[in-house]
Write a protein that binds this ligand. Structure first.
Ligand SMILES: [Mg+2]
Length: 382
């Protein structure tokens, strides 16, 4: 079997889909995207596919190593997202070729289903109590929310009080057993991060996420020694070699690599397994489309330490175009009591509605994250 050609589709709300065709008529789909830089990743996929055209799609390890190691400069969000989407499409082809879901080819299932969580509150969290109650009504057992809006290096305690009031409202609405992930979103700098974490501790969060930017991961030590809340990070980390440092330092409890950003199925399976040896859990980042979610679930299925999966159904970014719109069979991601079954059809286990993809690619998107500034005019972390 040989890779014959490929196509890229930049589709709303902010995604990029890759379709790889083979000379045997088997087609694979991937989602190579980093949010806000879809066109840049697209250019990187074009460069990487120059090598792959005419090659046997089944030799995934060798193709991965060629894409990663045979380029002198490597790593980072753009190249690793391009590799990720190509890797997903190659796994989709391999699964369809052997008539097996990807998780079977990776060793089989350690879980039959995965717990999923939903986002509430958007970029500027408000009215989160009512939103949490709505999620409880839909059967979810966990949500994630942003902790704060923009926060200065040293900011006022009223913003801490507002954050505490919001988390208190969610705990009150959802009850004591409900999982609350609190995303600091890299918005919080070290001086305020430890204050905020301490104040949130009584509400028993499921985790706090990116309490500081990944560039500042050494600051996790102080936070980890300061509060008894699981610390999650990793959506802006892209390879085994980055996670190696985080894991050996020992201050992260949950890693969150994105299967569309961190080198795909091949790389994330290795990252999760490496984390397992440190007794660290995995909760893959995925505010993305259906191909990315299917790829996550195929890896989650095989990893004992995967405990919850992010998913984007109804997320604030998806207005007008949502997760299920691009699927022929939308029941594949039917959530029951806050869990989703592992897709068990061949390949990634989903059937993409190509007619709809083509229609929406004609519309395209120009998604960019907002640019925030503090009152003094300086740039704020979003
Ligand atoms: Mg996050």
């Amino acid at each position: 079997m040989k890779i014959k050609n490929y196509e890229l589709f930049q589709v709303p709300p902010r995604w990029l889909f890759l379709k790889i065709d083979t000379d045997e008529g088997i087609t694979g789909w991937g989602e190579p995207v980093i949010e806000g830089r879809a066109a840049t990743v697209k250019a990187a996929v074009d460069e990487l596919m120059e090598y792959l055209e005419g090659k046997d799609p089944l030799n995934i390890e060798d193709h991965w190593n060629t894409m990663y190691r045979a380029g002198f400069y490597r790593g980072g969000p753009i190249l690793m997202s391009a590799i990720a989407g190509i890797d997903q499409a190659l796994w989709d082809i391999k699964g369809k070729y052997y008539n097996a879901p990807v998780h079977q080819l990776l060793g089989g299932r350690a879980h039959d289903s995965m717990k999923v969580y939903s986002w509430i509150g958007g970029d500027r969290p408000a009215e989160v109590g009512a939103a949490a109650r709505q999620m409880v009504g839909q059967g979810f057992q966990a949500v994630k929310m942003n902790a704060t809006e923009e926060l200065q290096y040293v900011d006022s305690y009223d913003k801490i009080d507002q954050a505490v009031a919001r988390i208190a409202a969610v705990r009150e609405a959802a009850g004591p057993d409900f999982g609350i992930g609190i995303d600091f979103h890299g918005r919080v700098h070290k001086p305020m991060a430890k204050i905020l974490a301490k104040e949130l501790e009584p509400f028993r969060p499921m985790f706090i996420e990116e309490p500081v930017l990944p560039e500042n991961n050494e600051a996790l030590r102080e936070i980890a020694n300061h509060v008894a809340i699981p610390i999650a990070t990793g959506e802006r980390m892209f390879s085994r070699w980055q996670f190696k440092t985080l894991l050996t330092e020992g201050y992260a409890d949950i890693i969150q690599p994105d299967v569309s950003h961190a080198g795909g199925i091949t790389e994330c399976k290795k990252i999760f397994s490496m984390a397992e040896a440190f007794d660290v859990a995995a909760a893959p980042h995925c505010p993305l489309g259906p191909i990315a979610l299917a790829a996550c679930l195929q890896v989650d299925a095989t990893c004992h330490n995967a405990f919850i999966q992010e998913q984007s159904l109804g997320i604030h970014y998806n207005q007008g175009s949502d997760l299920l719109d691009y699927l022929n069979d939308k029941t594949v991601f039917e959530y029951r009591d806050g869990y989703v079954k592992i897709p068990d059809q061949p390949g990634l286990g989903i059937a993409i509605n190509e007619t709809h993809v083509r229609k929406m690619a004609a519309e395209g998107h120009h998604w960019r994250n907002p640019v925030w500034r503090h009152r003094d005019g300086s740039i704020a972390e979003w």
